[in-house]
Design a protein around this ligand. Sequence first.
Ligand code: DQA
Length: 139
Amino acid sequence: MAKPIFILNGPNLNLLGVREPHIYGSATLEDAQTVARSRAAALGETIEFRQTNHEGVLVDWIQEARLSAKALVINAAALTHTSLAVHDALKALSIPVVECHLSNPAAREPVRHVSFVASAARGVIAGFGIHSYALAVEA
Ligand code: DQA
């Protein structure tokens, strides 16, 4: 059976739609999943979409992607800016990795300009709200 594209989401993204809507918009993570799933279907791909608030769980899922996914889209949320563990787990993958963000962290506070994901990714999609997920699947 063909492997899915893993789409992994980090802390607080379960609150998408109610959390700082002036930054992240009013769409929910469910909506992001729908957008990603339909773009994947149009490309003949399937997705495995997950969210966790826990760094270790995210590391476990990245490791799972090593053998079970054909590619990985990751929005590590705040862990993007802090997690060497996420970086190290991503470096162990040989599948393509796309970093994905709703907002554009490069245009926000300086603390968000650092990414532990970017240096382990093929590329970065940021700033297009939930459509970032569709663009990341396409990438
Ligand atoms: C985010 C950007 C991060 O800086 C922030 O911590 C998030 C969401 C985004 O998708 O725009 O939680 O990853």
